[in-house]
Design a protein around this ligand. Structure first.
Ligand SMILES: *Cc1c(COP(=O)(O)O)cnc(C)c1O
Length: 449
């Protein structure tokens, strides 16, 4: 198909995610033909370094030979079958290995097919657990300001990004929202590296005062992604685990974005040496190839559902594509690659490269902070460095950086004024350097009028 026709048909028939369609008049979508490693290629043959892992999903590069083979091998057996009353080897292998890898004593894996649905399943499990354990009043969830847990109504109810949520408020669940950690603009004048998590007091107050009504606290461990890659210290999670224990409240960890090595460890909770009661995983789980999500939990929660059928205690929740074999086969191969190619060891030099870039970026007159957690790093652009004045959102500086970076051959889709890096873990060091250079050039262009 001619590129111009492709664009015209896109315009005529497609409604893109998270997009003001009118923007496409000035910046039409880029038609992608294929991908290889960290590169995306368009119909003109131009390449783009995928600096954001195509919305945080691609883990081991595009067109990964081993993943391609795992997918086609499985396709030649069966693509999908019903997952109630039937099972298959990729799902069983995946579930066993995830339980072994995950922090704590995870013993059961529930399959859904996208991140939001995993969050919803975890919320329903927590709620139903309390219903069936003699705590009918524990019906509410606690979440943090600027949290992101997905955009279906239940997940949106525990999200705090006002941009995505405001208009839907009348149809969302009632819950408690507590001020989350905001280390760059710490309300307590502390520093991320040395603080004692004074901000935790907010959450502590909400939970202790309302524990009789609270089913669970849900957080994004270590990195609040959509909030602008807000990074906070592991001590916060340690305190959260203790708080949940002492108040009879579940801890739901949403590691949909940060799981599978992004933070430098397999799972973010490992940095704090704690385990959640319910762990949500998705995105990188299939290497970014197929939609798949899981909720892991331990035996105590599981047992509250296990009884004779007529007790009506079962978890009657399902998705058509639960346990999809293609996705499970990919996820198993992702774990094989982690082992065979020592992915967690291989990223350490690249983590250091990002760390070493901090001082250079922070000399920039309009970069307030470079923050980093493992293979995730973010540059926050500010109008005034001294008092951290943000650029007014209407100026869309991040969007301008995005456009300029595209022209230079990188996909750096920002979050407001925050330009971030979350490349595939397999990026080569010199490709990562190139990505940093493109970010610097684009930020220069957009901030130094
Ligand atoms: C992406 C994301 C979700 C939602 O996942 P979808 O597959 O987009 O529904 C939930 N939580 C976090 C932390 C995410 O990054």
């Amino acid at each position: 198909m001619e590129t111009s026709r492709l664009i015209a048909l896109d315009k005529e028939f497609i409604w893109h995610p998270c997009t003001q369609q009118k923007d496409l008049e000035t910046l039409p979508p880029i038609p992608i033909t294929h991908g290889e490693g960290v590169y995306l290629f368009d119909t003109d043959g131009k390449s783009y370094i995928d600096g954001v892992s195509s919305w945080w999903v691609n883990l081991l590069g595009h067109g990964n030979k081993r993943l391609n083979k795992a997918l086609s091998d499985q396709a030649n057996k069966i693509a999908h079958h019903i997952f109630a009353g039937m099972t298959h080897e990729p799902a069983v292998t995946l579930a066993q290995r995830l339980c072994q890898l995950a922090p704590g004593n995870m013993s059961k894996v529930f399959f859904t097919d996208n991140g939001s649905s995993a969050v919803e399943a975890a919320m329903k499990m927590s709620f139903q657990y309390w219903q069936q354990s003699g705590y009918p009043d524990k019906t509410r969830f606690v979440s943090l300001t600027d949290a992101y847990h997905g955009e279906t109504l239940g997940a949106l109810s525990v999200s705090g990004c006002e941009l995505y949520r405001n208009i839907y408020k009348p149809i969302l669940l009632d819950g408690y929202q507590s001020q989350g950690p905001n280390c760059y603009r710490c309300l307590y004048g502390q520093h991320r590296e040395s603080c004692g998590q004074d901000c935790f007091a907010e959450l502590e107050k909400v939970v202790t005062e309302n524990s009789g009504q609270i089913a669970a606290v849900i957080v994004e461990p270590l990195v609040q992604g959509a909030a602008g890659m807000r990074i906070y210290p592991p001590g916060y999670l340690k305190k959260l685990r203790q708080l949940c224990d002492s108040n009879n409240v579940h801890y739901i960890a949403d590691e949909i974005a940060v799981g599978f090595g992004r933070t430098g460890r397999m799972f973010a909770n490992e940095h704090a040496d704690v385990a959640p009661d319910l762990l949500c995983l998705s995105k990188g789980i299939t290497g970014g190839y197929m939609p798949l999500a899981v909720v892991l939990t331990h035996d105590e929660i599981y047992q509250a559902f296990y009884d004779d059928y007529d007790s009506l205690k079962a978890f009657l929740h399902s998705h058509s594509y639960s346990g999809n074999p293609l996705a499970c086969a990919l996820a198993v191969e992702v774990l094989n690659i982690f082992d065979d190619e020592q992915i967690l060891e291989s990223i350490q030099p690249k983590i250091k490269l990002l760390k070493d870039a901090k001082s250079t970026f922070e000399q920039h007159p309009h970069i307030g902070e470079m923050r980093q957690c493992g293979m995730i790093a973010a540059l926050e652009m500010v109008q005034e460095k001294g008092d951290k004045t943000p650029y007014p959102w209407q100026q869309r500086r991040g969007f301008e950086v995005y456009k300029h970076a595209l022209s230079l051959g990188a996909l750096l889709r920002p979050l407001g004024n925050v330009v971030y890096f979350m490349p595939p873990l397999t990026i080569e060091p010199q490709q990562l350097e190139q990505l940093l250079d493109i970010a610097m050039a684009s930020i220069n262009r957009v901030t130094c009028e």
